[in-house]
Design a binder for this molecule. Structure first.
Ligand SMILES: [Zn+2]
Length: 459
């Protein structure tokens, strides 16, 4: 069983070869805690939880580190606006983030370091970069000297002009080069700060992850992940800092061997933004839909593709969750056999660059087989496969909220007809497939064909 994935650093699909198969090490950039998490943050958390679940099913030991950024200018603004200490803001939103993610079936990372607990490591790393000629102090700031890094741009593939444009250059006379970025910046008396060789100040965002990843995983580690929007400048700068500090600037893989990035979320085809009023917070959405339905929705699109959040997506995810609940109900008194697996399983779909749309389509077929098994003796095996699929997909099946407008007997009848219809379509017997559709309509059941399978509902 091997995993293949698209490595953003090499820009190609590769087979995952662990640095040490006895201990897989993964780091993904976590949230900045000053507000409720939006659905884009949730997608990142669910995608990397899914990767970690897959890794943990294959390897004896996996350490997953995902940080909390609890020192940042936006946090200071939020604390000032609310008139409370920073710690009150960061502790509140860290707790809420973890609770919201748990309801989406996201397991807590093995280690969740906080930036403020690693200030000394950041100062030490910054000092090493100065000593090795890759950074310089100026006017209370310390800046990374971008032209000193021969591999800068390796991850994003950005040219020097694009790097400068993307670095959002502010007027900063202390910068030697417009692309240079901040490792340390001064704090005024009313701002949060720590003593350092360059005066009282606070770290830049990028140095946080370089310090925490090295501290908790050692270098190099296997996989670094995050949202695609972090590729530049955040991840590019992490590579620059960590590789230059370790005298391995010419080899960007000497920080993390592989880089995985998830795509962004749109809402009904529009980019999510506060000004458009379509900024979806997990905390609100979770009030209206069960966590597992939201998790399924976030897994419906392939993780590298954009995910369009829509009523239709939620409806489709809700239907799938209902089918899973029903299957558990029907299988309640069946003993499961867990040692079986088959080639076209949910897990094997995930091995191929976390192909969740294919995994969900296979889960749908598996459910169809459970509702209309060829022989009842197949049920223990089918139950085993279902349990395995649900476990790896992280779907928390709660029994009690099934819509009971359709009896279990009718479900079996409907599913049997649907199975027959798939067979008729495979045999190009469109007359029979249309007859079955009509028969279902007469029963008050509407069906809908999608790429992930056929779903049905009571009209
Ligand atoms: Zn980071």
């Amino acid at each position: 069983m091997t995993i293949k994935f698209y490595n953003s650093l090499s820009r190609q699909k590769e087979e995952f070869v662990p640095l040490d198969a006895d201990h897989i090490k993964i780091y993904a950039c976590g949230p900045t805690v000053y507000n409720y998490a939006h659905i884009g943050n949730a997608r990142m958390a669910v995608v990397f939880d899914q990767w970690v679940r897959l890794m943990k099913s294959l390897y004896p030991k996996v350490t997953y580190v995902s940080n909390i950024t609890d020192v940042e200018d936006k946090i200071m603004v939020a604390a000032k606006e609310a008139g409370v200490p920073i710690l009150e803001i960061t502790e509140k939103y860290t707790r809420i983030y973890n609770e919201d993610m748990a309801s989406l079936g996201v397991n807590a990372p093995d280690i969740q370091p906080k930036a403020t607990e690693h200030i000394d490591d950041m100062i030490a790393l910054t000092q090493v970069l100065i000593d090795k000629g890759h950074a310089y102090a100026a006017e209370g700031h310390v800046l990374f000297d971008v032209p000193s890094d021969p591999s800068y741009g390796a991850l994003s593939g950005r040219s020097r002009d694009e790097q400068i444009a993307g670095a959002r250059v502010e007027v900063a006379p202390y910068k030697r080069d417009p692309a240079d970025f901040v490792l340390w910046k001064p704090s005024s008396d009313d701002q949060v700060g720590w003593d350092s060789p360059w005066g009282r100040g606070r770290p830049g965002w990028h140095i946080e992850c370089s310090a925490m990843a090295e501290q908790h995983l050692g270098l190099p580690f296997d996989i670094h992940g995050g949202g695609a929007d972090l590729k530049f400048p955040h991840h590019e700068n992490e590579i620059a800092q960590s590789c230059c500090a370790n005298d391995t600037a010419t080899d960007p893989t000497s920080f993390a061997k592989y880089w995985l990035h998830n795509g962004f979320v749109t809402v009904e085809g529009e980019k999510m933004s506060k000004s458009l009023g379509n900024f979806l917070l997990v905390h609100d959405v979770i009030e209206k839909f069960p966590g597992p339905v939201l998790r399924i929705a976030l897994l419906m699109a392939h993780y590298r593709q954009p995910l369009d959040w829509s009523d239709q997506l939620l409806h489709q995810s809700g239907k799938l969750y209902e089918r899973i609940q029903r299957a558990y109900e029907i299988l309640e008194n069946v003993d499961s056999v867990r040692n079986v697996d088959f080639k076209e399983s949910v897990t094997s779909a995930l091995l191929d660059d976390l192909n969740t749309p294919l995994a969900i389509s296979r889960l749908n077929s598996l459910l169809s087989s459970i509702f209309s098994p060829e022989v009842d003796e197949a049920l223990p095996n089918l139950k085993g496969m279902l349990e395995k699929a649900i476990e790896i997909l992280g779907i928390d099946v709660v029994k009690d909220n099934i819509n009971d407008s359709v009896s279990d007997d009718d479900v079996i009848k409907i599913e049997t007809l649907l199975a027959e219809r798939i067979e008729a379509k495979d045999n190009k017997d469109y007359k029979r497939s249309d007859e079955i559709r009509d028969e279902l309509i007469e029963m008050g059941i509407a069906i809908k064909d999608t790429r992930e399978g056929t779903s049905w509902e009571k009209i």
